[in-house]
Design a protein around this ligand. Structure first.
Ligand code: E4P
Length: 216
């Protein structure tokens, strides 16, 4: 299973990359805006930290504009993957970009049908949004399970990136399904480490050691 980090914050990327936990990065316009820095500059800096797919999203709504933006972004580095929204224009752009060897991550996917269309059009990655579906009382993990089952029936060269992950149970849920990639926000990555019994256990080991040896 691959772990992507869902952030444009280079400090947090460096922090987890040093632990060997970052296979790639996903960004979106909101995450880039949060950093308050130049889009291309941030993306370019990320490519220097992580040697893996880096998703950069287009903001055009017409296929022509998406393709133009995609070409500029893809020219930044060979690891750039173009994030395209799941719209009719997005599907058109995906088809054309894929035929030219530019990898697309189809984003804003909220149903198995949309995922199937994305794979059929040639998207290299499909990003179903779990948390945002949960937010409207629809089971996001169940959607991912259906997409997993559908893609397993065919030979599309399309990996699932479980996106809009809000807590550790989302990560464990998609891992149990054999989802290829989870893109994890840094705060959720932090939570994956935590268990109170680990902290209590370590404290006790160190205290016992101190009592037995350190005071001699
Ligand atoms: C990543 O590809 C998505 O843009 C991101 O996971 C969306 O997450 P959110 O629903 O928490 O904004």
């Amino acid at each position: 299973m691959k772990f992507f980090l869902d952030t444009a914050n280079v400090e947090r990327i460096r922090y987890f990359a040093e632990m060997g936990l970052v296979d790639g990065i996903t960004t979106n316009p909101s995450l880039i805006a949060k950093e308050g820095r130049d889009f291309k500059e941030v993306i370019s800096q990320i490519t220097e930290i992580v040697d893996g797919p880096i998703s950069a999203e287009v903001v055009s709504t017409e296929a022509v504009g998406m393709i133009e933006e995609a070409r500029e972004l893809a020219a930044i580095h060979e690891n750039i993957v173009i994030k395209i929204p799941m719209t009719r224009e997005g599907i058109k752009a995906t088809h054309q970009l894929a035929s030219k060897g530019i990898r697309v991550n189809m984003t804003l996917v909220f149903s198995p049908a949309q995922a199937l269309l994305a794979a059929k059009a040639g998207a290299r990655y499909v990003s179903p949004f779990i948390g945002r579906l949960d937010d409207i009382s629809t089971d996001g993990l169940d959607m991912v399970a259906q997409i997993r089952a559908i893609l397993d029936n065919y030979d599309f060269e399309c990996e699932i990136i479980a996106a809009s992950i809000r807590h550790p149970l989302h990560v464990i849920g998609v891992a149990k399904m054999g989802v290829d990639i989870a893109t994890i926000p840094p705060d959720v990555m932090d939570k994956l480490f935590n268990h109170p019994l680990t902290d209590i256990g370590l404290e006790r080991f160190l205290k016992d050691w101190e009592n037995a040896f350190a005071k001699r």
